[in-house]
Design a protein around this ligand. Structure first.
Ligand code: ADP
Ligand code: ZN
Length: 433
């Protein structure tokens, strides 16, 4: 169902007029309130009054994670601090986290956008939303929580972890909608199996999964194992958190970007040049309404492309194709570009292989070596060595066919690869250590 028909189905012309009006206002606000942005714009020789059409967006300088780091923690906030009512931070596995803030209006918009997300994914008022995204500084938990409340659903704020208890609660409380990372959804499915719980005996109908990359084959696997529809949802804390773009259940083909709040662009990550619609490149977002922490042309490092063809669901917002990787998770193995998602795609398409894997990259002498460790299913593992060998060879060949580079395959026993409760860690690159 369309949560906000008025805005989500705006004719493109009206939508663009609204975007332009909001963009002008954003640039004025940021220019006058944030010295750092003002300086960058002055250096680039653009003034707020230069923004006359949407095309002029391309004249504005990009914002990068580095800009956020320089201004840690609150240097890019665009409102007096007493207007800030919430602070989040991204996980920041290395160094200081990236800090973002929200005013009351920002929280209100976020709830609206997550209500749209849930609604697009097929959730309704009256649903029981099992929210297993992590609560805390991470935007996933509270973002989904406020959206589910806005939708009028009953939220179970269970957060991540303690999987057996999660399953007990799903049974007892009758959870109908699951929200978590795709890797955690699989973990839940595994534990259900261990506990002898039949997923079809639960009331679960749909899952909204995001916060980490996943492949189409992974979606099929989750849908099959849990007996639900799996919807891809996308966001990043610098832009807001979850609720930047999401799939509609009608098509499950690309994520509608909430374009009345965010302008997406695709650029060539090397040159920074804007690419025509339909071409693949790095996603860049400009927030149109955010007050506390607006960003102008934020470089997400995520790789996607924009789909401009109309969608059968009736939404007029362009869609972004599911994220195929990040410019910074691309591995270069002996000169060949490899994205973990490509490997996942191959693995998930092979019978007998479990959806649990890890990629380990090392350097032996001057040579890069990539090893893919993947779990095999119980029955294959207890089978003859020969079957295992055949499986290993087949994976190796399919990866070679797709990527043009060789890798080692290590088939490991069921349940030996660490399970995720949030964002899965797929790659261990020992070359950088
Ligand atoms: P961190 O950078 O600490 O992980 P966030 O929690 O803000 O911070 O994570 C945002 C990132 O998560 C996105 O830039 C993207 O790489 C990834 N992500 C979020 N949703 C999806 C999705 N549906 N598919 C693929 N990647 C996603
Ligand atoms: Zn649609």
């Amino acid at each position: 169902m369309i949560w906000n028909k008025e805005f989500e189905t705006l004719p493109r012309g009206e939508l663009e007029a609204l975007q332009l009006e909001r963009l002008k206002n954003l640039v004025e606000r940021v220019y006058s309130a944030v010295p750092y942005y003002r300086q960058k714009m002055d250096e680039a020789g653009v003034r707020p009054s230069d923004i006359k059409t949407l095309k002029d967006l391309a004249r504005l300088p990009f914002t990068t994670k580095e800009d956020l780091r320089i201004n840690y923690p609150f240097g890019l906030f665009a409102v007096p601090f007493e207007k800030v009512i919430r602070i989040h931070a991204s996980s920041g596995t290395t160094g200081k986290p990236t800090v973002v803030g929200y005013t009351k209006n920002d929280i209100d918009s976020w709830a609206e956008l997550m209500a749209r997300t849930l609604s697009a994914g097929g959730a309704y008022k009256g649903d029981v939303v099992h929210n297993a995204y992590g609560y805390g500084l991470f935007t996933g938990g509270l973002g989904a929580h406020y959206g589910a409340e806005r939708l009028g659903a009953a939220v179970i704020p269970i957060s991540g972890g303690n999987t057996k208890r999660q399953i007990m609660i799903m049974q007892d409380f009758g959870s109908t909608v699951l929200m978590c990372t795709p890797s955690y959804a699989l973990n839940i499915a595994d534990v259900m199996k261990e506990m002898g719980v039949d997923p079809l005996s639960l009331k679960l109908r749909v899952g909204l999964f995001g916060a980490e990359p996943w492949s189409e084959n992974m979606r099929n696997e989750i849908e099959k194992r849990l007996g639900i529809k799996a919807i891809d949802i996308f966001g990043l804390s610098e832009v807001m958190g979850p609720g930047v773009a999401s799939e509609c259940i009608e098509e499950q083909k690309g994520l509608h970007v909430f374009e009345d709040y965010f302008i997406p662009e695709i650029i060539n990550p090397e040159t920074g040049e804007a690419l025509p619609n339909g071409e693949q490149g790095e996603l860049v977002f400009t927030t149109l309404t955010k007050e506390a922490f607006p960003v102008i042309r934020y470089r997400s490092k995520d790789i996607s492309r924009l789909i401009t063809e109309p969608c059968s669901c009736g939404r007029t917002f362009y869609r972004m194709q599911r994220i195929t990787g990040r410019t910074d998770d691309m591995l270069i193995i002996r000169g060949v570009n490899v994205f973990p998602s490509q490997i996942e795609h191959v693995l998930m398409g092979i019978k007998g292989v479990e959806p649990h894997y890890q990629i380990i990259v090392d350097r032996e002498g001057a040579l890069d070596v990539m090893e893919v460790q993947v779990e095999v299913s119980e029955d294959i593992f207890s089978d003859k060595v020969k079957a295992l060998e055949g499986l290993g060879k087949r994976i190796e060949r399919e990866i070679k066919d797709l990527l043009g580079t060789t890798c080692r395959i290590k088939l490991v026993e069921p349940k030996t690869i660490q399970r995720s409760e949030g964002k899965a860690k797929r790659v261990i690159d020992n070359r950088k250590l």
